[in-house]
Ligand binder design. Structure first.
Ligand code: ZN
Length: 414
């Protein structure tokens, strides 16, 4: 086992660990450890919501969770010799749930997916799903099943939802400016257009006193992907992936968290991936001057070689036409929404509630594609569902779909 450079005691809260990680992006968060190029090391991770979401049959925890808490990140790790303008080459050697532990925290033999309420987070289809819902998934080896979504069993594609390097002060200021400008166009929107910096619940490693106060006011929230990588939620960053991150500060300051047991393309319910704490083994190297040499300003990656082996899919298409029939011009976001809604509607014919189907699409290793983006006026997006994950045949045939009672996912009390 590689040397552990960041330890997590899963019985303690993130802010009560012996060494503190962070939940904001800021260049001044001090490194928790330094590694050399060529070194392999392990980081232990807390699940993104710090154990607030429980293994039970109520979605009240999802309804009430506090977004200023997230994401719980392990790091930063400084890499010797890395300088702004370099590329940091990160190999994902291995990752998984908390080894050899069963327990009450996600990652200890189980994980969860959630649909966030419109008033608290929202999601890709929040107009159709304004309430809070949850599904708990049990892990057996690489396989996930859920008492909340019966009839489904699939091999996960484990990956870190979030990994990245620290921004420079200049880059951080640029993020805050452009995201602030966007928020200003509709400041009272629900859900919000973006999340501005807030000192509330900020954890910035070992920063303290006046330095902490200053940094907490300006540190970027971790929800969006940005030029440093961040919350990219790319399911194909699985074992064997190699990611090339731009370096913006001396030492690069690599951080990782938000491990996922599985996820569908788009992570559509927002907390669509199966969330877990666990471990990740990384190997790092540095390409001097790589940003300029290769013209790289956002991460480039080689997808992992380990993924579920599904060969048969049922695919649904969506167009850039609103539900009320209005034609939109090549709107691929809308087209993917319509594709997902078509898939959800189809799955209800087999007895799933729309919420169960939505949660399934977020969690299972479905493929989402922008299939056509030039055929004016309609963009065409598609979502591919592996048919082998069901314990029934979901394909259309001469007979009617076989509808059975599949219960309900976890719902909230009001
Ligand atoms: Zn996540």
């Amino acid at each position: 086992m590689p040397e552990v450079k960041f330890r997590v005691d899963q019985s303690r809260l993130f802010a009560e660990q012996e060494v503190l990680g962070h939940n904001r992006w800021h260049p001044d968060v001090p490194p928790v450890a330094t590694v050399r190029p060529g070194e392999e090391f392990r980081l232990e991770c807390r699940e993104w919501f710090d154990g607030a979401i429980r293994n039970d049959d109520s979605a009240d925890d999802v309804r009430d969770c506090d977004f200023t808490q997230v994401h719980k990140l392990s790091g930063p790790i400084a890499v010797e010799g890395a300088e702004p303008g370099d590329l940091l080459m990160v190999d994902i050697v291995d990752l998984g749930p908390v080894p050899q532990e069963k327990g009450p925290v996600a990652g200890q033999g189980w994980g969860y997916t959630g649909i966030f309420a419109r008033e608290n987070g929202g999601g890709f289809l929040t107009d159709h799903f304004p309430g809070a819902y949850k599904a708990v998934w049990d892990f057996r080896g690489q396989t996930a099943t859920s008492r909340h979504i019966p009839g489904v069993s699939f091999v996960g594609i484990a990956h870190p939802g979030l990994m990245g390097t620290a921004p420079s002060a200049e880059l951080l200021a640029r993020w805050n400016k452009r995201e602030g400008d966007l928020i200003a166009t509709d400041p009272s929107r629900v859900p919000p257009l973006a999340l501005p910096p807030t000192a509330e619940n900020a954890v910035l490693g070992s920063l303290s006193g006046a330095e902490f106060e200053r940094a907490a006011q300006e540190a970027a929230r971790t929800a969006p992907p940005r030029e440093n990588g961040g919350n990219q939620d790319i399911k194909n960053l699985s074992r064997g992936s190699r990611v090339f991150y731009p370096v913006f500060v001396p030492g690069a300051k690599l951080s990782v968290g938000d491990l996922h047991f599985s996820q569908g393309d788009g992570e559509i319910t927002f907390c669509g991936a199966i969330e877990m704490g666990g471990y990740i083994d990384l190997h790092v190297d540095v390409i001097k001057g790589g940003m300029e040499a290769y013209g790289v300003e956002t991460p480039v990656f080689i997808p992992g070689r380990v993924e579920p082996r599904y060969s048969e899919y049922l695919a649904f298409a969506g167009l850039s036409v609103t539900e009320s029939g209005e034609q939109r011009y090549l709107d691929s976001h809308l087209a993917y929404q319509r594709a997902c809604l078509n898939a959800i509607n189809y799955l209800t014919k087999f007895g799933y509630t729309p919420e169960q189907a939505y949660l399934f699409l977020g969690a299972a290793p479905i493929e989402g594609r922008f299939s056509g983006v030039v055929d004016i006026p309609n963009s065409c997006a598609t979502v591919y569902i592996p048919t082998e994950v069901f314990d029934f045949d979901p394909r259309p045939s001469a007979g009617p779909p076989k509808r059975v009672d599949r219960g309900q996912c976890a719902v909230s009390s009001r």
